[in-house]
Design a protein around this ligand. Structure first.
Ligand code: GUN
Length: 284
């Protein structure tokens, strides 16, 4: 029977620590961490994410700067705004909500954000630092997953960890963070043969596929830890993860629910990166 890992609870603890550190930064150095969030267009899911980021900023005492650009804004307009924010001393972190409209090149946008303000850790400089294992900013979702695993007290070193999904945002950096903790890591993807068999060998299984009902009970080892990064909608439109929760949960030692698992952690780690960006200003 799986113990639920509550992202809500772990988030609460970390956010209260961030709040205290931010207050100290304000009192001792007159710096209030500031996060600029840019949203291009009207994607409803993105609008919700942006609102949640703003609420989190309020909760931890950060300044939130929000920029809403219309769907048909040009790439040049977006790059100009980033250029202004790169120079703004009150802005420590810049996040451009993805996905962007098709006429805007995402990589060009990411490359334009100053690496010191890249709180998503998407800039090639920060991706490279993650690879080396010497980083200023942790990629938010994988970092949140590491916090959840650590909250259980389960040792990562030497474990077989399987990551399903190889995106630049989650799968690849996730594998790297687990590797830095001395796990034996396998990355699976859409071309992987014997996917079920490989997953069934995992002590820690992280699913970042983006498909409801993807991970079934026969893909999970008895006593494994299962971390569900998926944010999908089922046939009834209800939010669900990648994992067939009802049949998988009884086999696990620990499992994250959706909602209330990885989701809240991503924004918490974004707050942590923004705090870090502000602290870097005082050479911390
Ligand atoms: N869209 C979905 N996830 C993310 C994220 O982590 N960062 C940004 N900037 N956009 C996203």
């Amino acid at each position: 029977m799986g113990n639920l890992i509550s992202g809500k609870e772990v988030s609460k603890t970390i956010r209260s620590r961030i709040r205290e550190e931010a207050q100290k930064l304000r009192e001792d150095h007159g710096i209030q961490p500031g996060l600029a969030v840019i949203l291009v267009g009207n994607d409803p899911a993105s609008q919700i994410y942006v609102r949640n980021k703003q609420k989190a900023c309020e909760e931890v005492g950060f300044h939130a700067f929000e920029y809403k650009l219309s769907e048909n804004s040009t790439q040049e307009q977006l790059l100009d705004l980033i250029g202004v924010l790169n120079k703004d001393n009150k802005v420590h972190g810049i996040l451009v909500q993805l996905p962007l409209p098709d006429h805007i090149d995402e990589q060009t946008v990411i490359d334009t954000i100053s690496a010191e303000k890249d709180v998503d850790a998407f800039h090639p400089m920060n991706v490279g630092k993650i690879m080396i294992g010497n980083y200023d900013f942790l990629p938010c979702t994988p970092a949140g997953v590491m916090e959840l695993i650590d909250s259980t007290g389960v040792e990562i070193a030497g474990k077989n960890c399987v990551v399903v999904g190889r995106s630049n945002i989650v799968g690849k950096p996730m594998a790297m963070l687990l590797l830095h903790r001395n796990a034996t890591v396998t990355i699976c993807h859409s071309k992987t043969r014997n996917l079920a068999e490989i997953c069934a060998g995992a002590d820690i299984l992280v699913s970042a596929v983006g498909r409801a009902h993807f991970i079934k009970a026969d893909m999970v080892k008895e006593g494994a830890m299962v971390i569900d990064v998926g944010m999908n909608h089922d046939e009834e439109g209800k939010l669900c993860g990648d994992v067939e929760f009802a049949e998988v949960e009884p086999k696990t030692s620990y499992i994250t629910p959706v909602p209330g698992g990885v989701g809240p952690m991503t924004i918490t780690m974004l707050m942590q990166n923004t705090l870090r960006a502000a602290q870097m200003k005082i050479g911390k």
